[in-house]
Design a protein around this ligand. Structure first.
Ligand code: ADP
Ligand code: GLC
Length: 488
């Protein structure tokens, strides 16, 4: 058993903007079931405090000029002890944890997540008055990137793992922040925290963590190339022996078509009739004509370039020439929100778009759609294609990152062998997306074949069982690496 401090900026159901929250909300529980002593640390956003139960004050201390209260609770629905960093000046703000109401990053994000990192160090080194010391800190994305940088100077320090959930978000700030945060001057070099004249939080993780990983084997390779490396591919190649890919798992209790409180009817791989009930409920929720016959194509996600939403916008007019319906839920860049809303106005019988964030509707969309469109330009892992597989909603995806690792294309040979679970295309173009979707629509016409693919998809095991073991092995490697570095 190891003592693991899992540091994150979001965790479902306390706070969620995307897949990181899903992972932080489910991996610690899986680790706990493997008998690891795992504790979660995240900011005490007002929504998080409101959603937490039995919250009590664990300790108070000052750090970096801020008075901190650590609130103690359990991650809802689990036994995972959770510490919420209560610092009203930094975290007592409604809405999105990273952006203000205008969609701009909060101007003090550097201070906010610097404090989160400092608190993680104090907790991990047993200086927070909790009578608990970490053997390892598991850091996630740039918001926790400074933790390995701070810890490397500590005597008898815990080991560190840094997980890259998305290399495109790096936590870059002007040099003035490096000065005002009083970061060690020796770290201002491009070998450490400097990135082209800016302070890079993510480099703290990439340079200093004992082990690095990302959330799929393919993305772990891709980010070592200029195309996907976001300027950090050189550093990642340099650290390639300490870097691997571990596929995300899913929370199979929450995402279970047979027991999903957000859907209209249960179903499973043996009895798929409930899926039709969900399809009709989904059409009704989106104001489309209820009809079980036409293929219903769904999409949920952040409307940003990463997700290939621009390709969807371009492809829709031609796609809607087919007898299909399309439902889209999401929010993001105004340009895509507006373009999709306008298309829905032009094709009211076939296309419905809801702008916003709606957890319940996301579940119904997975349950009721026949296909799930996910044409990402890059995708570290992706969770929606995993939910789709589980719900017999065959994914149409681009062959990148975790999508390439989890969806098996309906090629003639994969159809013959019975392995196919979805539809995969290569180029990030409207035409490639269209051709692939047309292939899916044709397959849908053969309902016997479709059912077979659905059953294969639904029987894939994307629970945490396997991946949580891989994290435990990764922690062992990180602890060995930390020990030998400290001896040297
Ligand atoms: P990313 O983290 O890049 O956004 P993932 O596929 O890993 O992509 O995870 C996205 C998560 O956020 C999924 O659980 C998805 O259902 C959820 N999600 C994204 N947008 C919305 C939305 N508008 N409403 C409800 N859930 C959403
Ligand atoms: C990021 C990635 C997504 C991944 C998620 C959780 O947000 O964009 O692909 O599934 O993190 O690891």
């Amino acid at each position: 058993m190891s003592r693991i401090l899992f540091a994150t900026s979001e965790a479902h159901p306390l706070m969620k903007t995307g897949g990181l929250a899903d992972v932080a909300g489910s991996l610690p529980r899986a680790l706990k079931s493997l008998r690891e002593d795992v504790r979660l640390l995240m900011p005490a956003y007002p929504d998080a405090i409101a959603r937490a139960q039995h919250v009590k004050t664990a300790t108070r201390f000052d750090i970096a000029g801020y008075a901190i209260t650590l609130l103690e609770t359990r991650l809802p629905g689990t036994q995972v002890k959770t510490w919420l960093v209560d610092c009203p000046a930094l975290f007592d703000r409604p809405g999105n944890p990273y952006l203000n109401a205008d969609g701009e990053p909060w101007i003090d994000n550097a201070e906010r997540f610097h404090v989160l990192c400092r608190v993680a160090v104090e907790v991990a080194c047993d200086r927070a008055g909790l009578d608990w010391r970490a053997d390892l800190v598991h850091c996630n994305d740039w918001q926790t990137g400074l933790v390995p940088a701070f810890l490397q100077g500590e005597a008898d320090r815990p080991a560190t793992v840094f997980t890259i959930h998305n290399l495109a978000y790096q936590g870059l700030f002007p040099y003035e922040k490096f000065v005002s945060l009083h970061l060690p001057p020796a770290m201002w070099t491009h070998h450490q925290l400097e990135f082209h004249g800016q302070l890079s939080f993510i480099k703290g993780g990439l340079v200093f963590a004992d082990r690095l990983n990302t959330v799929s084997p393919t993305y772990a390779k891709e980010i070592q190339s200029p195309e996907f490396g976001n300027g950090l591919d050189g550093l990642l190649r340099h650290r390639s022996t300490a870097l691997n890919g571990i596929l995300n798992g899913i929370n199979g209790d929450e995402w279970n078509p047979n027991r999903d409180e957000h859907t209209a009817a249960p179903f499973n791989a043996n009895t798929l009739t409930g899926k039709t009930t969900n399809k009709l409920a989904l059409q009704s929720a989106f104001g489309l004509v209820q009809n079980s016959k036409p293929a219903l194509i769904g999409n949920v996600g952040r409307m940003v370039e990463q997700k290939g939403v621009d390709l969807v916008v371009q492809a829709l007019p031609q796609l809607l020439a087919h007898p299909v319906q399309v439902v889209i839920l999401g929010s993001g860049a105004t340009i895509y929100e507006d373009a999709l809303t306008e298309l829905a106005r032009q094709y009211p019988k076939q296309l419905a778009v809801k702008i916003g964030y709606d957890e319940k509707l996301a579940h119904l969309l997975e349950a009721g759609s026949d296909m799930f469109l996910m044409p990402s330009r890059f995708e570290p892992c992706g969770l929606n294609q995993l939910y789709s597989l589980r719900y017999g909603t065959l994914p149409i995806v681009r062959r990148v990152g975790g999508l390439a690792d989890t969806v098996i294309d309906a090629s003639p040979s994969n159809l013959v062998s019975g392995e196919a679970t979805g539809f995969v295309f290569d180029k990030a173009t409207k035409d490639a997306l269209l051709t692939c979707t047309e292939r899916a629509i044709k397959c849908f016409g053969d309902q016997k074949l479709w059912r077979r693919m659905q059953r294969t998809a639904m029987r894939q095991d994307h629970s945490w069982r396997h991946s949580a073991h891989e994290y435990v092995s990764l922690y062992t490697l990180a602890m060995q690496a930390a020990k030998s570095k400290q001896k040297a």
